[in-house]
Design a protein. Structure first.
Length: 132
């Protein structure tokens, strides 16, 4: 099963450059069958640009998570701390087998009812979005 994640364009570029090997989240998937993340690059791009396999999902106190992932975070400590302020748990999704689509998909053209997820949404076969 795949999940569609909304990611800001600046972080999408860091993922594709190899600078960012972890995607940080305040919450992650409840469905263990999610194996692949489909990347939706948020506005102003507004396109589905690629996907990656989930390596490992780290669930730790933010300070411990930062120490273990900071070398490939693609963000600075100040941004990390602000994102996880007042949180006891932080998540890092390890990015593996990254694939950039040759032709980004415009989900608004593929599915007239498309709404970008606030964080993520599960993709199933009933979706009109044709992701690889």
């Amino acid at each position: 099963m795949k999940a569609l994640l909304s990611i800001k364009p600046e972080f999408v570029e860091k993922i594709f450059s190899g600078e960012k090997l972890f995607e940080y989240r305040k919450a992650v998937f409840k469905r263990p069958e999610v194996q692949t993340v489909v990347i939706y690059s948020t506005m102003p791009e507004g396109k589905i640009v690629g996907e990656f396999k989930i390596g490992h999902i780290w669930a730790k106190h933010p300070e411990e998570l930062w120490e273990q992932t900071k070398q490939a975070s693609g963000i600075n400590k100040k941004f990390f701390d602000e994102y996880f302020i007042n949180r006891d748990m932080a998540y890092a999704i390890e990015i593996k087998d990254l694939k950039r689509y040759e032709q980004p998909i415009d989900p608004y053209k593929e599915d007239s009812g498309f709404k970008a997820p606030q964080s993520f949404k599960y993709l199933d076969f009933s979706s009109n979005l044709c992701v690889n």
